[in-house]
Design a binder for this molecule. Sequence first.
Ligand SMILES: [Zn+2]
Length: 238
Amino acid sequence: MVSIISRSAWGARPPRSRSTTTWSRRVEVTVHYSQGPTTQTPRQIQDYHMDSNGWADIGYNFLVDNQGNAYEGRGWLVIGAHAAPRNTEGIGVCFIGRDGDATSAAKRTIRALYDDANHRAGRTLAQKGHRDINPTSCPGDDLYAWVKSGMPVDGEPPPDTPPWPGVYLRYPPITRHSSVTTWQSRMRYRGWRITVDGAYGPKSKNVCVQFQREKRLLVDGIVGPQTWRATWEAPITP
Ligand SMILES: [Zn+2]
């Protein structure tokens, strides 16, 4: 359960109006970034949304800062203003900061909010970045790759859908498989400079070789079972 800083605790203004939805209509969690400094407060964001945008309240359902604190925005079931036309379907969670600012503490809290939402909905909600819905760079390349790789957190076991038996990620030839996206996203999350494009080509192989050297694994540039497992080993310092 995530500990959430209530509206009264962060000095929220009352909403001008509000409309609610139900858990049965919630189908996704949509991650955003504020694209401002990490020192921005929820109240500053609320003032901007209400006074400059003319909205009824802060647009997001929740906000998370880079210390990992969660703040109540509109809350679980009030319809937000963050990713029209999917505000009824989606719970908007905003990271306070710019691309690359999200710490592992922030990601852990976003993931915890997502897990909490699934628990409350009684089913698995989709994981989305704002750019899945509208033409925007939000929530930035780093958070987006993290969201699309399943919002991994430190010390978690690897996903139970590895590429084997039968498929290793190798080059040549270029491997194209959904697990390539998963592996690239995870490597990016670990701090490696790697493009998440779902194609295991020469650049992915190069990152793999460096990773295998660092982990003192057999250095062959092929993501087999051992390298795959090592990719999910703690500690991770993004
Ligand atoms: Zn956004």
